[in-house]
Design a protein. Structure first.
Lengths: 283, 405
């Protein structure tokens, strides 16, 4: 496979790479350009301005951060709140369940694992009405905590499977040795299982956080109004869904939302890919 | 973990998995039961409220619970329909008529040549020499399939199923979407991975890092979908570029086929980095001596690809393909379509729009038309399908290796 191919083939391979790079980069590059444009247009009249920055200002960023037109910082705070607590709760609940599914032998264990996955196949969009009614009954409708609750359960099955797969790869002999020394199941979970599962926990946390940060449908239904209570995605969607869209502001908000995530993803690239395939869980 | 047993063990297990079970019960089992119940009623915009004096309604409807009772409305309550299955009859009833069964039979026959082809290939694989190569068998098989499709008029069968039922229009369109989008994503992912898995390309790390970007952006799909939508707007990027060559571009997203193509393109942008990374990981685990041995035997690049690379990455890639086909990037696609076309362009009042996939259709039924009961029946039918697809995908993939043990 690693023979150096003919020059023509090599040229085609580089061409393909360049095209895919442009394809991958251009939308983001375009948003960055648009965020620095004067006026509220996403396009410019000169062709060149669509590919390289002709004039760049930070006005749009200032307006967004000042928050007079749109409570951008509140949105960000709400999203961080929801995503943060989703991550914490998800890790707390899912690690213990995953540990139990991996280590304990009990009746219905295998069936339970498979049923969890199959039940999760119920489309989320269609469970929105009952979930909204349930949250209303619990007094958590239009409340960020209600959203956290819905997200935690939404992430639970995937997270449990991922972590269960990882626990399965940790040799049980260590825990058996500890048990001979008088270690109970809770201690072996807290003192042995958790510390050894750190890489998987990091990946799970990142995925759960991003799930909460970027989710749109549940957030738009479960947090109806007012503007300042919304999460980031719903807020950005509401900016772009008006008659006259302030594209410059939208683009500035988009850059501030996406670029940090991109940097995190690039930094954690290796762990992410490893984490998704680790323990045999794929997808 | 056998040191303890009996009641202590049960309590311990409950403590570990109790919170998960409670969450699943409240946010998965309850919505499913609710949807099943609602699907037997006539709840719609004319009968939005529950009748709390009915036994089942009183239990399942939160608005009937004591802490919540005073806020329920005054309009006509919904009730169980007669016959109870009316919503299901409206959705899929025509399947069980003569024409419906005939059309189904015709569609089933179309798959026979494909299955035969796969079996023939398997048979040849077990022999030392094969008269026709694998690709050749597949080409012949596909040609025969096309012939069968043409002879028994499969298009006519699909059309006859689609008349008078939104359900089949939407489902066939979604299946078409999955059949197009998933292979495209994986072909691009495979091509990229093959190129970047070589050691003579300069700057491989750079390209790999770049390819992470759409993946990161795909977690915030709603924003990037809006950006993509802008490219194809009336005064969007594409038309701006065309203007330079003094061509007046159309409103792309109001052309049904273009709108469908744009959805596929945007989904490619979101999905190919994931496919690329999965495939690259699988490629890197192939031992190099396999290729060395093939080199010595004089195998060409193409032969190495077909006989070493593809079979060896299959165990890692097939699960990912199946899961993405039935997941939110395939059959359950919602967010991207919603942000770009919202199901449009419209094809007349009442008819589903050209990009109205299953989830978009369901969302519209609930939140725009308040047709809760219809959407409930729809949800149940789709859920039954997805439930068995999930179980099936678990069987064919290795991800349950731990569970099936």
């Amino acid at each position: 496979m690693n023979r150096r191919p003919k020059t023509l083939v090599l040229v085609f391979q580089y061409l393909f790479l360049v095209i895919m790079t442009l394809f991958a980069l251009y939308p983001i590059w375009f948003v960055i350009l648009a965020s620095g444009r004067v006026g509220q247009r996403l396009y410019t009249l000169n062709l060149l301005g669509m590919f390289i920055p002709t004039a760049f200002t930070f006005d749009n960023y200032q307006i967004m951060l000042a928050g007079q037109q749109h409570p951008f910082l509140s949105w960000m705070r709400n999203s961080a709140f929801v995503a943060g607590f989703t991550t914490i709760a998800c890790l707390l609940v899912a690690t213990s369940a995953a540990f139990a599914f991996s280590r304990f032998r009990f009746y219905g264990r295998q069936a339970g694992l498979i049923l969890l996955l199959a039940i999760q196949a119920f489309p989320g969009v269609l469970s929105l009405v009952p979930v909204a009614q349930l949250l209303t009954a619990l007094g958590l409708y239009a409340n960020l905590w209600g959203l956290v609750l819905a997200y935690v359960v939404g992430n639970l099955v995937f997270t449990t499977w991922l972590l269960k797969g990882y626990f399965d790869t940790i040799p049980i002999e260590i825990e058996e040795a500890a048990m001979i020394d008088g270690c109970g199941p809770i201690q072996s979970f807290l003192l042995i299982g958790l510390p050894m599962a750190k890489p998987a926990l990091a990946v799970t946390a990142l995925l759960a956080f991003m799930g909460g940060w970027g989710e749109f449908v549940f957030a738009s239904v479960l947090i109806p109004a007012p503007d300042a209570r919304r999460t980031l995605m719903v807020g950005m969607y509401s900016i772009a869904n008006n008659q006259s869209v302030p594209w410059g502001l939208f683009a500035a908000g988009a850059v501030m939302t996406i670029v940090p995530v991109m940097i995190v993803y690039m930094y954690f690239q290796r762990y992410l890919i490893g984490g998704l395939t680790l323990g045999g869980v794929k997808g | 973990m056998i040191a303890w047993s009996g009641r202590k063990k049960a309590l311990m297990i409950l403590a570990f998995i109790g919170p998960t079970l409670l969450g699943i019960l409240l946010f998965n089992i309850y919505p499913i039961s609710y949807n099943v119940f609602i699907s037997f009623t006539n709840r719609n915009q004319y009968h939005p409220n529950p009748d709390c004096s009915t036994f089942l309604t009183n239990i399942i409807e939160p608005t009937c619970w004591p802490m919540f009772k005073e806020s329920s409305g005054v309009s006509t309550p919904y009730s169980i329909q007669t016959p109870a299955f009316q919503n299901y009859i409206n959705l899929v009833g025509q399947l069980f008529t003569g024409t419906g069964l005939l059309a189904l039979l015709k569609l089933a026959i179309c798959f026979v040549p494909l299955i035969v082809t796969a079996q023939v290939n398997k048979y040849y694989d077990r022999r030392l020499t094969r008269p026709v190569s694998g690709i050749g068998v597949w080409i012949i098989g596909l040609l025969i399939t096309l012939l069968v499709v043409w002879v028994i008029d499969a298009a006519g069968a699909i059309a006859s199923l689609q008349t008078g039922s939104d359900f089949f229009i939407v489902v066939f369109r979604t299946v078409l979407f999955v059949i197009i989008t998933v292979p495209i994503n994986y072909i691009f992912g495979l091509a990229l991975a093959l190129v970047l898995n070589t050691d003579y390309i300069k700057g491989r790390t750079f390209f790999r890092v770049i390819m992470i970007i759409p993946w990161a952006a795909s977690t915030m799909f709603i924003i990037m979908s809006l950006v993509w939508q802008f490219f194809f707007r009336d005064v969007g990027v594409v038309n701006q570029i065309l203007k330079v060559f003094s061509i007046t571009g159309p409103t792309w997203l109001s052309i049904p086929t273009v709108a469908f193509g744009v959805i596929i393109l945007v989904n490619l942008w979101f999905s190919f980095p994931f496919c690329f990374n999965i495939i690259l990981g699988a490629l890197q685990s192939i031992p190099a001596d396999q290729y060395e041995a093939a080199e010595i035997d004089g195998a060409t690049y193409w032969q190495q690809l077909m006989n070493i690379t593809l079979p060896l990455i299959r165990p890692a890639v097939v699960p990912a393909i199946v899961l993405s086909a039935i997941g939110v990037g395939g059959f359950q696609m919602f967010g991207t379509v919603w942000a770009i076309t919202a199901g449009g362009p419209s094809r007349g009042a009442g008819a589903p729009g050209a990009t109205e996939l299953v989830m978009v259709y369901a969302y519209k039924q609930v939140f725009q038309f308040n047709a809760y009961a219809k959407a409930g029946a729809f949800a149940v039918v789709i859920f039954i399908f997805l439930f068995f697809m999930t179980l099936y995908s678990l069987r064919i993939t290795r991800i349950t290796k731990g569970a099936y043990e």
